[in-house]
Design a protein around this ligand. Structure first.
Ligand code: THU
Length: 156
């Protein structure tokens, strides 16, 4: 028997159509993207997270000459949240990116390892959260759960 997996997300022409709370997240993600340490890939990623206590934490990708030692922006932000606010739930994660070779309309789709971490965050807090992805020219897509980004994930 053949089974089909489908996923769902919302698309907006511009992130300015989001709520005020989400505006704050998008702006912070853009801001922190400039703190990326990405001398090897020249690809900068920013991530912001709104927690249930309304705290916003951020992360950017941090590379290393020993390539696998670096870490993606999403995991820097989520691990920071887990390390500093272990009892708060993640409500929204926002991710933006830019690079010389990346067209402005390209939306960064998080890597597989980040998706796995995003899913475990949901599992750990027993609640899904929104994931907002924004391109450099403002095009926006919104997922309602990390599971929508990684169906059949390991450990679920
Ligand atoms: N990167 C992220 O920060 N997030 C992703 O989801 C994909 C990739 C970073 C890792 C590396 O520093 C650079 O982007 C190029 O892969």
């Amino acid at each position: 028997m053949i089974k089909k997996i489908t996923t769902e997300y919302e698309e907006l022409e511009n992130w300015e159509d989001l709520s005020f709370e989400d505006h704050v997240l998008v702006k912070k993600a853009y801001e922190v993207m400039d703190n990326a340490y990405a001398p090897y890939s020249k690809f900068k990623v920013g991530a912001s997270v709104r927690l249930s206590n309304n705290e916003v934490v951020t992360g950017s990708n941090q590379e290393n000459i020993a390539y696998p030692s670096g870490l993606c922006a999403e995991r820097v932000a989520l691990f920071y949240a887990g390390a500093n606010f272990p009892n708060e739930k993640v409500e929204t994660l926002c991710i933006v990116a830019k690079g010389d070779l990346v067209p402005v309309e390209t939306i960064l789709s998080p890597c597989g390892s980040c998706r796995q971490v995003m899913i475990e965050t949901e599992k750990r807090q027993d609640e899904n959260y929104r994931i907002i992805l924004v391109s450099q020219n403002g095009k926006t897509i919104i997922f309602n759960s990390a599971l929508d980004l990684l169906p059949l994930a390991f450990g679920i």
